[in-house]
Design a protein around this ligand. Structure first.
Ligand code: BDR
Ligand code: CA
Length: 304
């Protein structure tokens, strides 16, 4: 199985990604790290520990950055609820899974101690990964790939042109995009097509206890408006790791705007090569919606 570290801010769509990763034998989750994003780092860590208690999984959890590198924190509690994962009565958090060290140190240890290279899966703001690359540059060659949910080809979901994970910490994202490490960006555009429809929600609710839990969380995702489908942004990253053929991928130079007075946090995906820069990213530009829907149902079925 492919070794991965999941850097996350759960988050209802994060919870789906975490479920899919933990129960698929093609992936081996070595570590979870948390980062302030959807809500503060204390809350997202608590959410993650609750999920692990729910499944009785013993993967270590390291608390990471409580704020962006340079900016004030933003959040997305309007989408995920004030706890970051509203909608389900979980068992008590598994605090014994918490590591002593900060996320960045634990990431470093996993990367350096593992025989094979490890993939970092980023489904929150990129603060921890940026700090890792700055503190321990020798890690770069131990990273197989960075696969992140973040950025957009055009329009945004936080700002006019900015996606939330990049908008939350553009300076961190810039460090990651300029790192020259193999990088795949699962864009907002793809996440917007990766929908869970009301009928899928009914199906998973009856499937198993994970499906029931996720279906209940979904009642609170985006204010519980299931009609037009729920966007599984973070789940797409796991789908990409497992079944990349459902995505259309283009290689491109991608720059992160940190200076723009109106466009901070935007990703410039230079598909036409206007900037004459070297390719630094594999960009998921499209997804087969039907295949994603089938994958999602299968992924939840495995969560038993
Ligand atoms: C991203 O922002 C968060 O709200 C989601 O969990 C996802 O990681 C989508 O823009
Ligand atoms: Ca997330």
């Amino acid at each position: 199985p492919r070794k991965i570290i999941i850097d996350t801010d759960p988050g209802i769509d994060d919870a789906v990604a975490i479920a899919a990763a933990l129960f698929d034998e093609r992936l081996d989750v070595k570590l979870f790290t948390t980062v302030a994003g959807n809500v503060g780092v204390d809350k997202v860590t608590k959410n993650l520990l609750k999920l692990l208690a729910f499944w009785d999984k013993g993967v270590p959890v390291a608390i990471g950055s409580d704020r962006p590198l340079l900016r004030e924190a933003i959040n997305a509690s309007d989408i995920h609820g004030s706890t970051g994962m509203d909608g389900y009565e979980f068992p008590e958090s598994k605090y014994e899974l918490l590591t002593k060290n900060h996320a960045v140190i634990e990431m470093y240890k996993v990367l350096m101690e593992s025989k094979e290279k490890t993939t970092i899966v980023g489904i929150g703001p990129l603060t921890n990964t940026a700090l890792l690359l700055r503190l321990y540059p020798e890690c770069a060659e131990r990273i197989e790939e960075l696969v992140i949910m973040g950025g957009s080809l055009g329009r945004g979901n936080y700002g006019v042109l900015s996606e939330f994970n990049i908008a939350a910490d553009p300076e961190a994202a810039k460090i990651v995009f300029e790192s020259k490490i193999a990088l795949t960006m699962v864009s907002l555009d793809v996440g917007e097509k990766a929908l869970v429809l009301p009928e899928d929600c009914d199906k998973i609710q009856k499937m198993n206890k994970t499906g029931d839990m996720i279906a209940q969380l979904f009642q609170h995702y985006r204010g519980g408006n299931l009609e037009t489908g729920l966007k599984m942004y973070d789940g797409c990253v796991i789908a990409y790791l497992l079944e990349p053929e459902m995505f259309e991928v283009k290689e491109s130079y991608v720059a992160v705007e940190t200076q723009g007075t109106l466009t901070s946090g935007a990703t410039l995906v230079d598909l036409e090569g206007y900037l004459s820069k070297e390719v630094n990213c594999r960009v998921c530009v499209d997804v087969d919606e039907k295949q994603f829907g089938q994958w999602f149902l299968e992924a939840i079925r495995k969560c038993d």
